[in-house]
Design a protein around this ligand. Structure first.
Ligand SMILES: Nc1ncnc2c1ncn2[C@@H]1O[C@H](COP(=O)(O)OP(=O)(O)OP(=O)(O)O)[C@@H](O)[C@H]1O
Ligand SMILES: [Mg+2]
Length: 261
């Protein structure tokens, strides 16, 4: 569904060049949930913005459903780290924003918007303004907005990282449910190992500066998953430990073998 070949991105600024990503090759299958895990500054947001068509490539190619990405598309939804709601629009009108932007039928989507808000625990808040809601509620509104067009692809940039642990777990559960029901293809950026293990079919671990793929780790744990006590605790612990090691690993200089002889 999503194919990246030889994707690189360098930023040229007054203060010099920053090579953010180098030679990224990745295939994400239709309906797959891929987490991109890496330390701060390793190029995760850049990668998502490239896939979303919000930023041009320096080299390589990205296709979604076989078509090269050159600009944002209606069937790709992006969810940012901060809620990014329009402060003067009601909750309902914020959820309906893509409907206006893309000129879809408002009558048809109104009912769906209400249903989404209902499922997200926001029934009764349709007419409120964003500042009347907590941060967690605002991010839930953003999640509803990203789901209104039933996107085939969802790109999510640390969407729950500003939330408290419990709200975060709740929304992760909600996202798992959406994924199991509608099967959108999801690329989810995070620096949380827990979140990656809870949500992803595969975890792409990026190494920093320039961002490259260090390893792709499969998470073969049955869904729905929870981080609490469950039958797969040992598997969760094993994958988490593997990811932790990969994240902590220092880059080896090219001339020194990994075995060190
Ligand atoms: N618009 C830009 N202009 C110049 N440099 C940029 C720009 N955007 C990103 N960079 C640089 O590219 C690198 C990767 O940034 P990016 O935001 O993709 O990292 P990240 O992995 O998302 O980090 P975080 O986890 O902190 O969000 C950084 O070194 C950053 O300084
Ligand atoms: Mg980022």
């Amino acid at each position: 569904m999503i194919r990246l070949s030889g994707v690189s991105r360098t930023f040229e600024g007054r203060s010099g060049r920053v090579e953010a990503l180098r030679g990224i090759d990745l295939d994400v299958a239709e309906g797959e949930f891929v987490a991109v895990l890496g330390r701060s500054g390793c190029g995760k947001s850049t990668l998502l913005r490239l896939i979303a068509g919000l930023l041009p490539l320096s080299a390589g190619e990205i296709t979604v459903a076989g078509t090269p990405i050159t600009r944002p598309r209606q069937d790709i939804a992006m969810l940012f780290q901060k809620p990014a709601l329009l402060p003067w629009r009601t909750v309902l009108d914020n959820v309906l924003l893509p409907v206006e932007i893309f000129g879809w039928s408002r009558a048809k989507h109104r009912e769906r918007a209400r249903q989404l808000l209902d499922v997200a625990g926001l029934a009764g808040f349709e007419k409120r303004l964003p500042h009347e809601l907590s941060g967690g509620m605002q991010q839930r509104v953003s999640l509803c907005r990203s789901l209104i067009g039933e996107p085939r692809v969802m790109l999510m940039d640390e969407p729950f990282s500003a939330l408290d642990a419990l709200t975060r777990e709740e929304l992760s559960g909600e996202l798992q449910r959406v994924h199991m029901e509608n099967k959108p293809t999801i690329v989810f950026v995070t620096h949380s190992i827990d979140e990656a293990v809870l949500l992803a079919d595969r975890v792409v671990v990026l190494s920093p500066r320039p961002g490259r793929i260090r390893k792709v780790v499969e998470v073969a744990i049955p869904r729905p998953r929870t981080l609490g006590r469950n039958a797969h605790l040992a598997d969760v612990a094993q994958v988490s430990a593997d990811l932790h090691e990969l994240l902590m690993e220092r880059e080896q200089p090219a001339s020194v073998g990994a075995e060190g002889h």
